[in-house]
Design a protein around this ligand. Sequence first.
Ligand SMILES: [Zn+2]
Length: 287
Amino acid sequence: MTRHGAGGGVRRPGARAAIVCALAAALLTGCAQSVDPIERMGRKAAQKVRRPDPPPAAGAPAPDVHRRWGLAAPLAPAPRPHRVLAARAPGTVPPVIDHVPTRDKVVFLTFDDGAERDPRFVDMVRELRLPISMFLADSAAATGYDHFGQLRRLGAQVENHSLTHPFLPGRGYVDQHAEICGQQTRLKSRFGAAPRLFRPPYGDYDADTLRAAGDCGIDAIVLWRASMQINDLRYADGDRLRPGDIILAHFRGPAELKGTTLTEMTSRMLRRVQEQGFTVARLEDYV
Ligand SMILES: [Zn+2]
């Protein structure tokens, strides 16, 4: 179907809003080799892991903990963030971003959908103090909100990825408003705060998406400029990361990653980031 699905990204350029920012990244296939988690949801039982949440530890990670997660060196602390998103003027739609304008050698990790709930990933986020943003679709993540709540208590941010993960362009304002606002309501009632960011399924949107997102209280539409495959990053253009890149990854497990676990995939992603002299920062600290 489209980007998050099993095939390449067939796009409908006519559905695009004219106000798109430069979005070569939207041409990336974030998930070309995998089964769409949405499709397998019916098969996958909720893997609820009920353990007490340890409090987020303060300060730097324990020495050598990076080795446990396959990293040669600790993740460098992110530089002091600077806000880049201006307040939206009344009557305007949210901006579409695929990167953050910054000279800092930082990139931002985003994980989509929510079908895979690997308890080891909670350990990884806690031990590495990993800042991540989670774009949750209710149809994929709903049975795992306890799991994502654990991650949220470790500092992971919960963001909106629609109720049912449809291809939005052409569906009209009312439908899109229901998809976006519906998930705002679900996430707010579950986690106590409504998301500020929205990622349209497959990275596809039209003018109604932007208008509906704005009316639902969304501050920015978040796409990506690099995407993590099973082993390597794929870039929107060029062959390496650039400062401020937003990286797309998915909550996926061995069934979709040819035997690779979510933590192994994340470890590879972090190595690619470190090899290029970057570290990871929290997207919400900048936008
Ligand atoms: Zn998705």
